[in-house]
Design a protein around this ligand. Structure first.
Ligand code: ADP
Length: 204
């Protein structure tokens, strides 16, 4: 079955992290972050983000799972969008998914290593996805770990770009979003997020 927003626990900041936090506490962000382990296609929320490729015509990994669960109408709408550039985001309906919308973003390919260009592009994916969500009045949004699968971005670097960009966007637009969910699929990613969330969303 699908997982409604109310069944997705809010992540609460914990004091006493081993590393100093990189941001101050912002109490307006309390109750707005979740870490969810599992299949993003099950989430019954306003929008899920797809780590797509430039064609938007479907692929492997999370993209394949989203297209399988949404059904063929998703591909049809995607085909009308004329692709998507790296770092940009485009929105479609969710069709057979429990989520109302899918926000398709294209992460950088980092198999040749991560430089400033890849880092900026990954940040743009998170920022433009949130911007697209708020422009469409989507108030709950889930992200997969963009670029860290087939696209080869090191997960231990990607987590910082993901958390910093979401933190910065929420600082400016907390009134427009109820929940941002980091949807992790691998136990190693869950560990990375548990370790690093307190640096960006500190308790005290
Ligand atoms: P990319 O091409 O951007 O690297 P991938 O789909 O290969 O995208 O991988 C991105 C992340 O999505 C990986 O961490 C992978 O484990 C994860 N993933 C794969 N399937 C799902 C799913 N059904 N729900 C959530 N995350 C998923």
């Amino acid at each position: 079955g699908s997982v409604p927003l109310n069944d997705i626990p809010v992540w609460t900041p914990t004091a006493g992290s081993s590393e100093p936090s990189r941001y101050q506490r912002n109490d307006k962000l309390d109750q707005k972050i979740s870490l969810y382990s599992g299949d993003i296609t099950k989430l019954e929320i306003d929008a899920i983000v797809n780590a797509a490729n430039k064609t938007l015509l479907g692929g492997g990994g999370v993209d394949g799972a989203i297209h399988r669960a949404a059904g063929p109408l998703l591909k049809k709408e995607c085909a009308s969008l004329h692709g998507c550039e790296t770092g940009e985001a485009k929105i479609t309906c969710g069709y057979g998914l429990p989520a109302k919308y899918v926000i398709h973003t294209v992460g950088p390919i980092a198999q040749g290593g991560v430089g400033e260009e890849e880092r900026k592009a990954l940040r743009l994916c998170y920022k433009n996805s949130l911007k697209t969500a708020t422009e469409n009045a989507a108030r709950s949004v889930a992200f997969p770990c963009i670029s860290t699968g087939i696209y080869g971005y090191p997960p231990e670097q990607a987590v910082h770009e993901a958390l910093a960009t979401v933190r910065e966007y929420l600082d400016a637009h907390h009134d427009k979003l109820d929940r941002v969910i980091f949807c992790v699929f691998l136990p190693t990613d869950k560990e990375l997020y548990l370790q690093n969330l307190p640096l960006y969303f500190p308790a005290g």
